[in-house]
Write a protein that binds this ligand. Structure first.
Ligand code: 13P
Ligand code: SF4
Length: 320
């Protein structure tokens, strides 16, 4: 919902060249704009760096900028703040959450972990700072397998919050993982039946899927990986046609990198193309400009919580 004051604010921006204004503010503030592949294409084109969750946290850890503008969702901006307590971290829309993070409340997660006190807790980065603080190691889709393979076989593992990524990792590593039953509202909606029908119409196309997809989709995939993994695979593959089972924002970089190849979004139920993350798409050029102009909304993390959440993130960066 846009409030009347927001409407006024947005209307007053109509005459501005937002791209020019954002570039000027960036210089003035010594800011870096980090964007995820699921952001709208204009934001991706303006960002200093576009990447997957691991790359974005590595960039946040290494930046010399005074201000980090995070064009992504709350858990990503929070991770940047946890790594950079003295920097100003801005998120264009504070309501940009994530169904995985929202589906794993810290209090319930604490109770769940207490039932398995001997388990090592590995949490996907798509979770709140509070859940990170309850975890031993954080991972992303691009390093989860590598991290799990470094854990002694005798150590039982609890994996949260994405059950689909968890099941994929069980299959890949042969480890038994105790899973929290969370899922991504975007990746869960791809339909196996529609995918099979689409593939019949495009017999040459390879299927590239994110491991947040259900097992029913992953079993049809020619490649499974993070957003960066999917982009790199399409870039280096001799194939020229791809069905992409992840959020449709990635198609922008895929088309830019491989203008001669064909990319088709994997379909949802009834063939609908519903692969947009409503959280990621809350960020707009207008809100990006306003958050830089007004230096808000600012991400804050209470210092005790930050220190506890930092340890498992550092472990991830060391093990990646
Ligand atoms: P990656 O970009 O790390 O693959 O994550 C995908 C995602 O769903 C982020 O919310
Ligand atoms: Fe969360 Fe899924 Fe959106 Fe990524 S695409 S931010 S996992 S809801």
């Amino acid at each position: 919902m846009i409030s009347p004051s927001q409407t006024d604010n947005l209307a007053s921006l109509a005459h501005l060249d937002l791209e020019k204004e954002i570039v000027a503010l960036k210089r003035e503030m010594n800011a870096v704009i980090l964007a995820h592949y699921y952001q709208e294409s204009e934001i991706q084109d303006l960002a200093d760096f576009v990447g997957d969750s691991l790359q974005l946290s590595q960039q946040a850890a290494a930046t010399q900028a005074d201000v980090i503008v995070f064009a992504g969702v709350l858990f990503m901006a929070e991770t940047a703040k946890i790594l950079n307590p003295t920097k100003l971290v801005l998120l264009p829309d504070l309501k940009a959450g994530c169904s995985l993070a929202d589906g794993c409340p810290a209090e319930l997660f604490k109770t769940f972990c207490a039932r398995y006190p001997d388990h090592l807790v590995i949490s996907y980065i798509n979770c709140s700072a509070e859940v990170k603080a309850l975890s031993d190691i954080i991972c992303t889709s691009s390093n989860a397998e590598k991290i799990i393979r470094q854990i002694p076989i005798s150590k039982p593992i609890l994996f949260a919050p994405d059950q689909h990524l968890g099941r994929y990792l069980i299959k890949k590593t042969g480890r038994e993982l105790r899973l929290w039953p969370g899922s991504c509202m975007v990746h869960e909606l791809f339909s196996e039946k529609s995918l099979v029908q689409l593939r019949q119409r495009h017999p040459q196309a390879l299927v590239l899927a994110h491991p947040e997809c259900t097992e029913a989709i992953l079993r049809h995939a020619d490649y499974i990986g993070s957003t960066t993994g999917i982009l790199n695979y399409a870039t280096h593959s001799p194939a020229t046609e791809f069905i992409v089972a992840t959020e449709s924002g990635i198609l922008h970089q895929m088309k830019k990198t491989c203008p001669d190849k064909i990319f088709i979004s994997a379909p949802g139920e009834g063939g609908c193309s519903c692969s947009e993350c409503p959280h990621m798409k809350l960020n707009t050029m207008e809100k990006l400009y306003l958050c830089m102009r007004d230096r808000k909304p600012e991400i804050t993390v209470e210092e005790g919580l930050r220190q506890r959440a930092l340890q498992p993130i550092i472990r991830m960066l060391e093990m990646s």
